[in-house]
Design a protein around this ligand. Sequence first.
Ligand code: NCD
Length: 306
Amino acid sequence: MEFKGRDIISIKDFSREEIDFVLKIAQAMEPVAAEGSDMLRGKILATLFFEPSTRTRLSFEAAMHKLGGSTIGFAEAEIASVKKGENIADTVRTVENYADVIAMRHPLEGAARLAAEFARVPIINGGSGAEEHPTQALLDLYTIMREKGKIDGLKIALVGDLRYGRTVHSLAYALSLYDIELYLVSPGSLKMRREVLRVIKEKIPVSERTNLEGIVSLVDVLYMTRIQKERFPDPAEYAKVRGSYKVDLNILREAKKDLIILHPLPRVDEIAAEVDNSSHARYFKQVWNGIVVRMALLALILDAVR
Ligand code: NCD
């Protein structure tokens, strides 16, 4: 398995063996994350974020620091030369002179792939429009693995904006490599992208619903997502679907005792605050897991572990 120098653009580029390997390295990073190390001393990560982010950018940076490396970058395209009209190709051909690896988030689908074609250093996709978010999928899988001890055999529901949500696209592709049953719950106008559905349906049983009722009692993992307001071409369409699903303690009365609830965050109103202290909530644990998974990826790509 070769990770050295590799771009992380789409989760579709991963085999199940490769995903399992990354999850194994991530687990080995748990003590390293607690104590720090100098595995990547002298290495620089550039974070180029053309779209808002809290977790993805900060956890990439924290991961790099915990491995002894350093970080540079911008979190606001407004202050970078993009504002002057610089294109992605020129931006990455500049930044590759400063950094050993680049993590990038961009509003356009295909942006990370394009950047990788021009860059000599590896590109990690931190979110490409509504398309994909591969590192989030890896940390989602890691969370399921850690909390459930396995992924095979589980019943998993992805709930919310399955059309514009990039995390659920990457996660659905990744889950289709395992022996699971998938429930897709969304408003009719926000169904899972057909191109994703076509691929995953050939591998695992998938059922689409519009109602959350009846699903909560069935599943082992409930993956909630935010309706992606900023991606709607028409605000009136958003108004029709906002607040479609809300998980609260009442709806959880029918849940399996060991149901876990995940969310890539940020949440708006999909999960009531009262759920945070329940035995089901794992979305803040997921945030921690993002660090160890990104540590694993950085260490593998920069050849500090094999
Ligand atoms: C998500 C994203 O940016 O796609 N956040 C994240 O990276 N954890 C989810 C979202 O914005 O709803």
